[in-house]
Design a protein around this ligand. Structure first.
Ligand SMILES: NC(=O)c1ccc[n+]([C@@H]2O[C@H](COP(=O)([O-])OP(=O)(O)OC[C@H]3O[C@@H](n4cnc5c(N)ncnc54)[C@H](OP(=O)(O)O)[C@@H]3O)[C@@H](O)[C@H]2O)c1
Length: 356
């Protein structure tokens, strides 16, 4: 039976859920896919647990007791000493620096699965260099959860594009936090600042909500999808409407921003009032393929459309193509959360395992 060796970087929300899901699917993989799963190394930003026979259900205790400070070399040496084959490195970190080691991993025999978006949103040069290395070494890189968490967005776009279907436009609500904020604000009577506080309590926003309100996360996801469509774009070329008032931008501290949260109320109340009847506010991302234009912006949308009717923190993606005509292919559902994201990662790992 083929043994797939998984080296997991990042054991936070997604990483720890992923470990549990991999344990749960172990039997199914062995029975149906002829593959067994072994997780010989798990690591956070400072420490790694090495277990040649693979971690087990006691991994949290074992990590606390036996994890040691490490460098990438230690992991590479360990995999060589143990003659591990079918290596897959999973990036479940949120680290900007971690992606610097992707190419070294590929050169050392690893395929990659990433929940982390960073690698696909760096320069187009890095994007191409990584793909060249993958091709040269015959390795794979999957990252379905970069956009829409567990929703099958990347694979759908890839599949249509590779099959020669002409995608003309992708439009949707790409951010779970901004989805919740505007779905709630548009229908409830609460002030914008109250909705923001509620979103924070529910764990939808980043500790500093300006990360969400900047629109940068939506911009990054647009870039990832655009590159799937062979649009050679850089992050700086994405037109992003920030929702942060200028006087509360990055130069003010997160505390100052929180103290002045009320300043946002008048701005968004007015925006809500200025709409036509039966319209709602939505923060959307849009790729106009022909114009190669990528835009993230706040719009007013009729409330009976697919975008207008979404609820909670759902994501929605409308994919317009030549064959689908005016009626887009629509994918909708939870666009965030550890369980759905980890499941998307498991699915990527399985796809690679089947090709190894
Ligand atoms: N949660 C979601 O709904 C969702 C959806 C789609 C995609 N994602 C992506 O999934 C990734 C993980 O999210 P999360 O919510 O699990 O984050 P998290 O809870 O903050 O966990 C991050 C983990 O990465 C580790 N880490 C940070 N830098 C590292 C490095 N250089 N090397 C090795 N490990 C490192 C952290 O270790 P320390 O504890 O030592 O810092 C921690 O274990 C992120 O990129 C996120 O954008 C998440």
């Amino acid at each position: 039976m083929k043994k797939v060796n998984i080296i997991l970087f990042g054991i936070g929300n997604v990483g720890s859920t992923l470990i549990e899901q991999l344990f749960d699917t172990k039997k199914q993989w062995e029975e149906h896919f002829g593959a067994s799963i072994n997780i010989p190394v798990i690591a956070n930003s400072t420490k790694a647990l090495f277990k040649a026979e693979g971690i087990n259900e006691n991994w949290e205790k074992d990590f606390k007791k036996s994890a040691e400070a490490y460098k990438l070399e230690d992991i590479l040496d360990f995999t060589k000493e143990n003659d591990f084959e079918h290596l897959i490195a999973i990036d479940a970190t949120a680290s900007k620096e971690f992606v610097e080691i992707y190419i070294r991993l590929v050169q050392n025999g690893f395929s990659l699965v990433a929940a982390n978006k960073v690698a696909n949103t760096l320069s187009a040069d890095f994007y191409k260099k990584l793909r060249k290395e993958l091709e040269y070494h015959g390795k794979h890189f999957l990252y379905e959860t970069n956009v829409g968490a567990g929703l099958p967005i990347v694979q759908t776009i890839q599949g249509l594009h590779q099959a020669g279907e002409k995608i003309t436009k992708v439009r949707g609500v790409f951010s779970g936090s901004l989805s919740y904020i505007f779905n709630t604000f548009s229908t409830n009577k609460e002030r914008f600042s109250e909705v923001l506080q509620k979103a924070d309590k529910l764990g939808y926003t980043e500790p500093d909500p300006r990360e969400d309100l900047s629109g940068n996360d939506v911009g990054r996801k647009l870039l990832i999808l655009a590159r799937e469509l062979q649009l050679e774009k850089e992050f700086e070329e994405v037109e992003i409407q920030s929702l942060i008032p200028e006087h509360l931008n990055g130069e003010t501290s997160a505390e100052e921003f929180q103290e002045n949260l009320g300043d946002l109320d008048e701005i968004f109340q007015q925006r809500k009032k200025d709409q036509d009847t039966d319209h709602v506010l939505r923060y959307i991302g849009e790729i106009e393929v022909k114009k190669a234009a990528l835009e993230a912006k706040l719009i007013s949308e009729p409330k009976n459309t697919a975008l207008g009717q979404i609820k909670g923190a759902d994501n929605i993606f409308e994919i317009y193509t030549e064959s689908y005509g005016d009626q887009p292919l629509v994918i909708q559902g939870a666009g965030a959360g550890a369980a759905v994201t980890a499941r998307g990662v498991v699915s990527d790992v399985l796809k690679i395992a089947q090709q190894l």
